[in-house]
Write a protein that binds this ligand. Structure first.
Ligand code: ZN
Length: 297
């Protein structure tokens, strides 16, 4: 779907992607964000932490909505970010700092932190049915080394410019190109309610809206309502709203800068003690599915 970058910009119905991923492992990268490589100091998920989350999230009327509850739990889990110490500071300040993180980083932190049960050993759930080397049947859960997890790291924030096939009109503006970045959690998680979460279509509309940073090359944010507008365009007066093809194109651009970019896999050695062949089996970890179901992107 992604077109090769060229001076004229993307062709209608396609996007240009600026992305500089470097493949490494969690062990080599250490605890740091995937985008921007900010150091992470994470709270251990022990009994004391879980008690704190129970008090400050589950019994807190301020965090009744789903997004607010998730945001508070994520915020409590991050004690330090880059040069900044966050623990000990007022929760509202901590939440602002954490809200600037990107969606896939929060998913990555949540997945790896929940998985890190015992000094890097963790239970990996996978769908590889037989070993690709010895063809023996595999158990659906295996004990793996978290630090062998292959991750993609970006120094710069990925960015996609999508050119619409058919310009659509929103708030009096004929939209021709849309620039997307991985959404910040302050927009992608914090304002999310149960109904949006429960609907695959609404969740995608919500996330695509949250990932839009420019319209026609100028900074501009759009809401979910903006994406669903039926405003009549000036050039094609009988065709209101985003076309199906353009919606799919925007979904693909969103996937390329966010969920689709979280490619993680774990090298797991087929255990000889359990009758395995001792060969390495790469297992794909799909964060989008683990946490949010299919994004539809
Ligand atoms: Zn094997």
């Amino acid at each position: 779907m992604a077109a090769e970058p060229e001076a004229a910009g993307p062709a209608p119905g396609s996007f240009d992607l600026v992305s500089d991923p470097v493949e490494t492992t969690l062990g080599a990268h250490g605890w740091a964000t995937l985008i921007g490589c900010q150091a992470l100091d994470l709270e251990p998920l022990d009994l004391a932490f879980r008690a704190k989350v129970g008090m400050q999230v589950e019994r807190n009327p301020a965090t009744r909505a789903l997004g607010a509850r998730m945001m508070r739990a994520i915020t409590l889990a991050i004690a330090g970010l880059g040069e900044e110490r966050l623990d000990g500071r007022p929760i509202a300040e901590r939440q602002v700092a954490v809200g600037a993180l990107r969606l896939q980083d929060v998913m990555y932190i949540a997945y790896t932190r929940l998985a890190d049960e015992d000094a890097g050993r963790y239970t990996l759930y996978h769908d590889v049915e037989v070993c690709p080397h010895c063809e023996k049947k595999l158990a659906p859960e295996i004990e793996a080394d978290l630090y062998t997890m292959r991750i993609r790291v970006h120094q710069a924030t990925p960015r996609a410019v999508y050119r619409l096939r058919r310009p659509w009109r929103v708030r009096g503006l004929d939209v021709e190109t849309v620039t997307l970045e991985p959404p910040r959690v302050s927009r992608a998680i914090e304002p999310m309610d149960e109904a949006t979460w429960a609907s695959g279509v609404m969740r995608q509309v919500f996330w695509v809206a949250a990932s839009i940073v420019e319209i026609n090359g100028k900074p501009r944010a759009l809401s979910t309502d903006d994406l669903m507008t039926r405003e009549t365009p000036t050039k094609t007066p009988r065709k209101a709203g985003i076309s199906r093809a353009d919606w799919e194109g925007l979904g693909a651009a969103f996937g390329a800068v966010s969920l689709g970019d979280v490619a993680m896999s774990v090298d797991w050695v087929h255990d000889v003690e359990d009758g395995g062949c001792g060969e390495s089996i790469p297992v794909q970890v799909d964060l989008g599915t683990s946490f949010f179901g299919r994004s539809g992107a």
